[in-house]
Ligand binder design. Structure first.
Ligand SMILES: [Zn+2]
Length: 232
């Protein structure tokens, strides 16, 4: 992992289409020099609150626990990072389909999932029995347990043809394309999409400018540069 940088999470950081993909995307610039935006356990809580997928009361309990046990909170964050990186490795291999999944990544995900299940109760919601964890039992590991359970659900149903790596410069985010046409190319049109459009526009403008310069050069010039014929 590259550097760790403070970052205030905004809604536009959650464009992955699933909380687990958004977790993987708490590292940016994976295509160049990765930057980890989770610079502390409070930041993880900030991110968790923004996802709106956790009970705010549970997040307040976690904040209090982190205040009184900062060392354990730091260890919990280390485990979040470990799970996140294993998921990144596993998901990118699955969607590329050009190599078998790394056994280490699978082992890591398995380990996290087992820890989560060991703390879970089987509860029936609607007509679906599912493992459920809570902050009272899991303590500072609550987010890790919840994320591990959700990761397991996602991995079993990940739409491989619709999961992509954003080709944006200094991005490398993953996203699930849930658009109707399935032609989403960028993590976010407003950031990577526009940046790419800006670059193409700039290159086109430069191209046009240099063509014009070549064309308007007087043909009687003694310049040794070859003079391009205006194209038809
Ligand atoms: Zn992007």
């Amino acid at each position: 992992m590259g550097s760790i940088q403070a970052h205030t999470f905004r809604p536009r950081d959650l464009v992955g289409g699933h909380i687990i993909i958004d977790l993987v995307n708490t590292v940016t610039a994976r295509d160049t020099e990765p930057i980890d935006w989770l610079d502390g356990y409070p930041r993880l809580l900030e991110w968790a609150a923004l996802t709106s997928q956790f009970d705010p009361v549970a997040l307040t309990v976690l904040q209090r626990l982190a205040d009184t046990e900062p060392d354990n909170a730091a260890l919990a964050l280390d485990r979040t990072r470990e799970l996140r990186e294993a998921l990144h490795d596993l998901i990118t291999t699955l969607i590329r389909k050009d190599a078998p999944a790394s056994p280490q990544a699978v082992d890591q995900v398995e380990k996290h999932w087992k820890h989560a299940v060991a703390s879970a109760r089987l509860t029936v919601r609607g007509n679906t029995p599912q493992p459920q964890v809570n902050v009272e039992t899991s303590g500072l590991e609550y987010l890790n347990h919840e994320l591990a359970l959700q990761a397991f659900d996602l991995l079993r149903s990940l739409p491989l043809e619709r999961t992509h790596v954003c080709p944006g410069l200094r991005c490398g985010w993953l996203f699930i394309d849930r658009s109707r046409g399935g032609r989403r190319r960028w993590c976010d049109m407003a950031t990577c999409g526009n940046a790419a459009k800006g670059r193409t526009h700039y290159q086109r403008k430069r191209q046009t400018a240099s063509n014009r310069a070549t064309i308007t050069r007087p043909t009687t010039s003694s310049s040794t540069h070859p003079v391009a014929e205006p194209s038809a």
